[in-house]
Design a binder for this molecule. Structure first.
Ligand code: ZN
Length: 132
C-alpha cells in the first residue's frame, strides 16, 4: 500500500470528521495516509466558516496538499508492473520435492511413496490411473 504525507499548509491546526474518524493535522505539520484515502479526503470540500464579523475564518480553509515526492513514489508504486506470482508448485509432503504439475507429483508419489499413502482409496485410485 502506498502511503503519502498530507501536509497542512495553514497556520492553524486542521480538523475534520472524515468517514467517522476525526482527522487532525497540526498547523504546518503533516499526517500519513494511504494514497487513495488521501485523495478522497483532499477532494472533499467543506463549507468555509465565517467569523462573527462575516469574514472567512482562516481556520476553516482546507489548505492541505499531498507531499509531491511521496505522491511520485506512490504513483510509481501503483503503476509498477506486478511481479509475477511464483508459479504454482506441487510439493511432495513426504520428501519435500516440488513439481511443476500435479501429474508430475502424482507420478512421483506413485513411484516412490505409494506404500506410505494412508488413504487407501486415494492410493487405489492412483494405482488404477493408467495416465500416471
Ligand atoms: Zn516425495
Amino acid at each position: 500500500m502506498a502511503n503519502v504525507k498530507v501536509l497542512n499548509l495553514n497556520d492553524y491546526d486542521y480538523e475534520e470528521m472524515y468517514n467517522g474518524t476525526l482527522i487532525r493535522i497540526p498547523a504546518r505539520g503533516h499526517i500519513t495516509m494511504e494514497y487513495f484515502e488521501a485523495n478522497q479526503f483532499l477532494g472533499k470540500m467543506n463549507p468555509l466558516a465565517l467569523d462573527k464579523e462575516g469574514r472567512i475564518d482562516n481556520r476553516s480553509y482546507k489548505m492541505l496538499k499531498i507531499d509531491q515526492s511521496d505522491l511520485k513514489d506512490a504513483l510509481d508504486e501503483l503503476n509498477a508492473p506486478k511481479t509475477d506470482e511464483k508459479d504454482t508448485v506441487y510439493v511432495c509432503h513426504s520428501c519435500g520435492k516440488d513439481f511443476r504439475t500435479k501429474k508430475g507429483l502424482l507420478t512421483h508419489i506413485k513411484r516412490y511413496h505409494q506404500s506410505e499413502m494412508a488413504d487407501k482409496d486415494a492410493r487405489d485410485e492412483l494405482l488404477d490411473d493408467e495416465e500416471i
